[in-house]
Ligand binder design. Structure first.
Ligand SMILES: NC(=O)c1ccc[n+]([C@@H]2O[C@H](COP(=O)([O-])OP(=O)(O)OC[C@H]3O[C@@H](n4cnc5c(N)ncnc54)[C@H](OP(=O)(O)O)[C@@H]3O)[C@@H](O)[C@H]2O)c1
Length: 263
């Protein structure tokens, strides 16, 4: 069955690739982007690839932008938009933590509530939250981000039970990507070096930290978004999605083992 699927943060990375994959499967895709410039670029790319896709600017932190969703009969909402933020919880500015929660959690939930109105009224719909394996395992020095993804993974599980109890046919699932090379991780890791200075507890360790992060992501990151995009497609099309979809596979296994053995 072809569905109307709205995806946020579709101007780049996983969101963009998922939008093209879903459009190729014949769905009506509403690909929404953070900025107008991203919307223009995505429209041009879709046209050059002969792909039919509707592109709109939707900054999820902007209430007027969010309200657009009330005009569209959305069958599947894919909450993909997100930002990264890093640094030690011992010293990172609280405003930075508030900002990342505002985007990754509060704005995501506000958009979801609007989408749910239509879904509940129509008696069908699916909400997907793109969380992270950082929402299952605490990631030191990435905790401002990791905490938001713990919140999202928990929100998905709780909302899923609430929607089951309501019995209006609304499905909820969480997508948990492992490390994937989109530029997101590098931007997130580097964000702390914009403010860490000689006053930081970790100032003396900065060079070693930078080198370790570079090595870790070079080792861990999948080079392509294919595995996680396949999970997003699977969850979007399922009549009864599973609670959790994780990819790449090996990183999913690693997280399970780490949770079992408490490392
Ligand atoms: N790549 C990974 O290793 C990885 C791992 C686990 C989870 N994830 C999650 O996967 C999702 C996509 O990440 P990605 O790797 O594809 O990185 P990405 O290319 O940076 O995608 C995130 C997108 O969200 C957009 N965005 C940021 N704030 C927004 C707002 N207020 N309203 C609307 N859009 C906004 C970004 O726009 P700008 O580019 O203009 O900021 C960007 O287009 C994110 O939720 C991320 O947390 C990624």
């Amino acid at each position: 069955m072809k569905k109307t699927i709205l995806i946020t943060g579709a101007g780049t990375g996983i969101g963009r690739d998922a939008a093209f994959a879903l459009a190729a499967r014949g769905h009506r895709v509403l690909a929404t982007t953070f900025s107008l410039a991203q919307a223009d670029a995505l429209r041009a790319e879709a046209a050059s690839r002969n792909v039919v896709m509707e592109v709109h600017k939707l900054d999820i932190t902007d209430a007027a932008d969010r309200a657009q969703i009330l005009d569209w009969p959305v069958d599947v909402l894919i909450n993909n938009a997100g930002m990264g933020e890093s640094g030690s919880l011992a010293e990172v500015d609280m405003e930075r933590i508030r900002r990342v929660f505002e985007i990754n959690v509060f704005a995501t939930l506000a958009l979801t509530q609007l989408a749910l109105r239509g879904m509940i009224a129509r008696g069908r719909g699916t909400v997907l939250f793109v969380s992270s394996i950082a929402g299952r395992l605490p990631m030191p020095f990435l905790m401002p981000y990791s905490m938001t993804k713990f919140a999202l993974s928990a929100a998905a599980a709780g909302l899923r039970e609430e929607m089951d109890q309501l019995g209006k046919g609304v499905q909820v699932a969480v997508i948990e990507p492992g490390a994937i090379h989109t530029g997101f991780n590098q931007q997130m890791s580097d964000s702390k070096y914009a403010w860490m200075d000689e006053k930081s507890y970790f100032y003396g360790q900065m060079a070693a930290m930078k080198a370790k992060e570079k090595r870790t992501f070079a080792f861990l990151e999948a080079r392509s978004t294919d595995s996680i995009v396949a999970k997003i497609v699977q969850a979007s099309e399922a009549a009864r999605p599973r609670l959790r979809y994780v990819a790449p596979w090996a990183q999913g296994v690693m997280v399970r083992l780490a949770r079992i053995f408490g490392v």
